[in-house]
Structures are given as structure tokens and as C-alpha cells.
Design a protein around this ligand. Structure first.
Ligand code: SF4
Length: 472
């Protein structure tokens, strides 16, 4: 059946062309979930066949047009599926498809996942009559056509605050149980990782590499979920990645990962190191649950998550930092990640792990209480103790954070090292590529007459390219 006849009864367009559509505030009729709403969720459960009424759509309790225009609403969606070959193990991956299927609907924007969802409905689509019933029908048809193992599907939309809250509590328990399954398995124990390109509609050069110890950026897909998805639909957006030869066990670089990432990004990304935020970090799409940000004054990294409303010590919000991180790029020190990855023994291992983290929102710190090593826990400040870089520096010093020792060593080394001036002779326009943390780039002079001298002291430069031009 063609997409047009499959959705002939839907008052707005449905198709991949609407993926990536943004709905800005002026075009928005209503916002469902989002950063201003604490309790929100999307949940998919596999149920026994006799517990699902195929095609049923329930709204508890208000439909879209009954919601106040311009408002943010507590929201939840529960998708219940049944089929004789469906397994509970596949719930996480099927749940993640809610994201792309919703984004096929014109004037319906879906961001993030689980209890971080943020949706917007456009005024135009509401004027054309879009309701949850239509959205439910689209989801049911897409789920059944894309995942033929689903024999029955029923969907419930929640916009009633009390009901959202009740199911939200249940959803949190389900997410935690799913995440806990993958703990204990190590990257070294498996021959296959999994890749996901679901977010390429927003970030074309992004591929998630999902390993037992590096959970997907969105926090919604574990290695087990990847395995289940690739088994059911090996040609789908989640696929197996043969590890191949381990090129660098410390940074987490694998021949097979590099090969697949290069192919799937059409050559834009050629190397990925899984356990570091520097040099060749895992790319970040836009769905990450949290992101690191580099603080050059302390040579450490802070972490900020999507729901943090304040400013980090460098004066930036999550949104501003996410803009520097997202889009399928590799940006030194700015690294999208999931909460579950923070629980991993491989968490930024090559960069020093938790010893390299110098600031956290109190909410993350509390959530990670059992995973942050005890000896460093009190040495990492939150927004409650520190609000500026100066305050951060004195807190770290006062509390003897391990980063302070490494800074002292760096300063000592710098003092001992004679500073060699670098002479550049621009007989041709030279291009200098500075590697991260590079201390003294060298160039060969070819003529003394036109030479310029650059002296680098305590150098920290972040640039893709530095072009030195001869003055006319
Ligand atoms: S963040 Fe990664 S794993 Fe999650 S949907 Fe996007 S590409 Fe897939």
C-alpha cells in the first residue's frame, strides 16, 4: 500500500519528508512534555495476546484541540503490543521507533525519549483537525508495517496530570530494569557491537555505537536492545557491527567500528574512540541525555543534563552547550552521553573517568551516588556550591580534587620547559593544523627577511584551521 493511500484518512501529510521538521514557539499550538514538565513518558510494553485490543486508541483525558493554546502539558503515551514471536527484550528498541514515526507526521515534532520527551503540535496541523486519534492510527499502521511481528497494538495517550504521574512512576521502574540488564557485561566479552542511525535525519554524520559498556547517547538502547533489533530486522536502522581488531584498548578504538562509521557517514567520520571525549570522540546527535563541557581553566570537564534549568560555571545553559556538541560532530571535550554510560566502568576512562569531572548538577550527582567513586564524590561541586569558574577553581583547590594535582604538574612542566619561539616564513601561505593540547607547532623557515615570530606561552587554541597571510 502506498503511503498516500495508507494515510488517506489523516488530515495532515505523513511521510519521511516531515522528519527533521522544527516547530518554533510562534508556530506552536501546544507543547507536550518538554523541559518545563517534570512528569512525562513514553513507554512500550509487550503484553499477552489476549490483553491487547487491536486498533484501540484511548485518550485520558483531553484531546489536542481541548488543550490550552500556547501551554505546556504533562503528557504520556503507552503503546501496548502483542504477537506470538514478540519478546520483552525488544521493548526498548520498538519504543524508540515512537520517535521517528511521530516525526513522519506533518506539524508534529518529537524530540528525545523515555521521560525526557518533548513534543510540539503546530497551529496549522491543529487547524486541519489533527487529533490524538489520527496520531494513534499513524503509529499503529507504521508499527505494524515496519515490525511485522506485531500482531496487535493499542495506544493510550495521557494528558491528565494525575494519570501521567501514576504511569510515569511505573515507566521509571521499567527503564531501570531494562538498563540494569546490560550491567556486568564487558565490551571485551563480545565480538559484536551494534550501530544505530535513527538520528541521522537530524544529524546526518552521526552513528551511535552501542556496546555493553557504552550505552546509546539517548539512553534508550542498550547492547541487548541492539541485539534484539538487529536480529528481527538486520537491514533496519539498528545493525550489527563486527568489532574487528582492537586498535587501541585504552581509548576504545576498533577496526570494525571505524569501517562501519566511515561507510554510514559517507566518509565524514573516519575514526571513533569510544572511551574518550578528545581527539576522535564518539559523535553526538542531539538526543543525548547529558553532555560534557570542557573547562580549559581547570583542564577538566563538567556535565550538564537536559533538565538542568540553570547555568553552568562557564555561564552557559544546557541548550547553548548542546548546540556546541550536537549535529554528528566530534568536538573536543563536548561529548553527548547517557546516564547509563556514566554508570559504566568505561565512562571516559581514557580521560581519567570521574577524576576528570569537576562539576555536576546536584540532580545528576544524586542519581550517580552509587557510581561516583567515594573518594571523589565530595570533591565534585554542584550548582549549590559553585556558580562561576573562579568559584570552581577555589572549590577544587580547597577540596583537593585530583585535577588540581595534574594542573600543578602541568604548570611545573611548563616552567621547566624553555619557551622556544616559533618562526614562520610565509613564502607560501602556510596552513598550521594544531592538534588538541599541542604545545609547540614547528614550521621550517625558508627566508629570514619575511619572517614573523610567534611565541606561544601557556598555549590553548581551539580551531579547525589557522591561516597566516602575508601582509601586502
Ligand atoms: S541517540 Fe543513538 S541509539 Fe538513540 S536513537 Fe539516536 S542514533 Fe539511535
Amino acid at each position: 500500500m502506498s503511503a498516500s493511500s495508507m494515510f488517506a484518512d489523516i488530515p495532515v501529510g505523513v511521510g519521511v519528508i516531515y522528519e527533521g521538521e522544527r516547530i518554533r514557539k510562534p508556530q506552536m499550538y501546544v507543547e507536550l512534555g518538554g523541559p518545563n514538565i517534570k512528569e512525562k513518558f513514553e513507554l512500550l510494553r509487550v503484553r499477552p495476546i489476549n490483553e491487547v485490543e487491536d486498533g484501540k486508541i484511548t485518550i485520558i483525558d483531553r484531546d489536542i484541540k481541548e488543550l490550552e493554546e500556547g501551554s505546556s502539558i504533562p503528557y504520556g503515551i503507552l503503546v501496548e503490543v502483542a504477537g506470538k514471536d514478540l519478546e520483552e527484550e525488544m521493548e526498548g528498541v520498538m519504543e524508540r521507533r515512537i520517535h521517528d514515526f511521530c516525526n513522519y507526521i506533518e506539524g508534529f515534532m518529537h524530540l528525545n525519549q523515555r521521560n525526557a520527551i518533548w513534543l510540539r503540535v503546530s497551529k496549522k496541523s491543529v487547524e486541519r483537525g489533527l487529533s490524538f486519534i489520527h496520531i494513534g492510527k499513524v503509529l499503529q499502521r507504521l508499527f505494524k508495517s515496519e515490525i511485522p511481528l506485531i500482531e496487535k497494538i493499542q495506544i493510550t495517550f495521557f494528558t491528565n496530570q494525575e494519570k501521567v504521574k501514576r504511569v510515569y512512576e511505573e515507566a521509571l521502574k521499567v527503564y531501570e530494569a531494562r538498563d540494569a540488564r546490560a550491567r556486568g557485561l564487558k565490551d571485551e566479552d563480545v565480538d559484536v557491537f551494534y550501530g544505530c542511525t535513527l538520528c541521522q535525519s537530524f544529524a546526518p554524520t552521526h552513528v551511535c555505537v552501542i556496546t555493553p559498556q557504552r550505552y546509546a547517547n539517548c539512553g534508550a538502547i542498550s547492547w541487548f536492545d541492539g541485539r534484539a533489533a538487529a536480529k528481527v530486522d538486520p537491514k533496519g536502522p539498528i545493525f550489527a557491527v563486527e568489532k574487528g581488531e582492537c586498535l587501541d584498548p585504552f581509548n576504545g578504538e576498533y577496526e570494525g567500528v571505524n569501517k562501519v562509521v566511515k561507510e554510514r557517514t559517507l566518509g565524514a567520520i573516519t575514526r571513533v574512540q569510544l572511551y574518550t571525549a578528545f581527539n576522535y570522540p564518539h559523535t553526538s546527535c542531539g538526543c543525548f541525555e547529558a553532555t560534557t563541557f570542557y573547562v580549559p581553566e581547570c583542564n577538566g570537564m563538567g556535565i550538564v543534563h537536559r533538565d538542568f534549568k540553570g547555568k553552568t560555571p562557564n555561564g552557559l545553559t544546557f541548550g547553548a552547550i548542546a548546540d556546541s556538541t550536537a549535529g554528528g560532530r566530534q568536538v573536543d571535550g563536548f561529548h553527548g552521553l547517557s546516564f547509563e554510560y556514566m554508570r559504566s566502568h568505561k565512562f571516559l576512562k581514557a580521560d581519567g573517568g570521574w577524576d576528570r569531572i569537576i562539576w555536576l548538577p546536584s540532580e545528576i550527582k544524586e542519581r550517580m551516588r552509587d557510581y561516583i567513586p567515594k573518594e571523589i564524590y565530595d570533591k565534585i561541586p554542584t550548582e549549590k556550591e559553585v556558580n562561576t569558574v573562579e568559584e570552581l577553581k577555589s572549590f577544587l583547590k580547597k577540596n583537593k580534587h585530583p585535577i588540581v594535582q595534574s594542573l600543578k604538574e602541568e604548570v611545573k612542566e611548563e616552567k621547566e620547559k624553555p619557551i622556544a619561539p616559533v618562526t614562520i616564513v610565509p613564502t607560501q601561505v602556510p596552513t598550521i593544523t594544531l592538534q588538541p593540547q599541542a604545545q609547540s607547532p614547528t614550521l621550517t623557515p625558508t627566508s629570514a627577511e619575511e619572517a614573523i615570530t610567534l611565541t606561544f606561552k601557556n598555549l590553548k587554541i581551539y580551531a579547525d584551521k589557522l591561516i597566516v597571510k602575508k601582509k601586502k
